[in-house]
Design a protein. Structure first.
Length: 213
């Protein structure tokens, strides 16, 4: 089951952010992606995970959290509240689209995008049904971790010790249903054979468990 990809422009505060929307027939949920610092909607890793989710019956939205001009300012890439606000705006937009308006929404965040996803999930409270982090920095979500009510899956590479430690610290602060999954043999970017596929499988299972009504 796959969906046709559509290039979209998401209005935010007087300008637009570019995105790619895919909604398969009879979709059972919508997953909005938040990419990491220095990346974009064209992230090949997120695109690969999105294709797996599409095949499993989930719609996906990948979009640029920053404009090109904003991304040129290095500090903006680590402005987590700014990124979370963009994610919330994209969530409101996708809920206004006819093909996605009735679908429950989850977040998939990578690197700093994971922190933005967790803050947005906390801000939007029960309206976000599940969150998955890939090689993320959930620690950067700070006190919002205690406010997240959506089930949270943290996926980290087994050869990424510093990020494992940060994920475990964040994990202890989450009071919602939660799991942490270490992918053996994977470094931070999950470039090793089969490791990104494991991320996609874990994400699909998490969303299948928690996202549909």
């Amino acid at each position: 089951m796959t969906g046709t990809e559509t290039i979209v422009r998401i209005p935010v505060q007087g300008f637009h952010l570019e995105g790619t929307l895919a909604v398969p027939p009879r979709a059972r949920g919508m997953v909005v992606f938040a990419h990491g610092s220095g990346s974009s909607r064209l992230s090949p890793r997120n695109a690969s995970v999105a294709r797996t989710l599409n095949a499993e019956g989930f719609g996906t939205l990948l979009f640029d959290l920053l404009t090109g001009q904003e991304d040129a300012v290095y500090e903006n890439r680590f402005d987590i509240p700014l990124l979370a606000g963009r994610l919330e705006a994209a969530t409101a937009w996708v809920r206004g689209q006819a093909e996605a308006s009735a679908l429950p929404v989850g977040y998939f965040g990578a690197s700093t995008g994971a922190a933005a996803a967790l803050i947005a999930a906390a801000d939007l409270d029960g309206s976000i049904r599940a969150v998955v982090s890939r090689g993320g920095r959930p620690d950067l979500a700070g006190e919002a971790l205690r406010r997240v009510t959506a089930p949270v899956l943290l996926v980290v590479g087994g050869y990424d010790p510093a990020v494992i430690q940060l994920n475990r610290q964040a994990y202890r602060l989450v009071t919602a249903p939660k799991e942490i999954h270490i992918v053996p043999g994977a470094t931070h970017l999950f470039e090793e054979p089969g490791t990104l596929e494991e991320v996609a499988r874990q994400a699909a299972e998490w969303f299948a468990r928690y996202l549909p009504s």
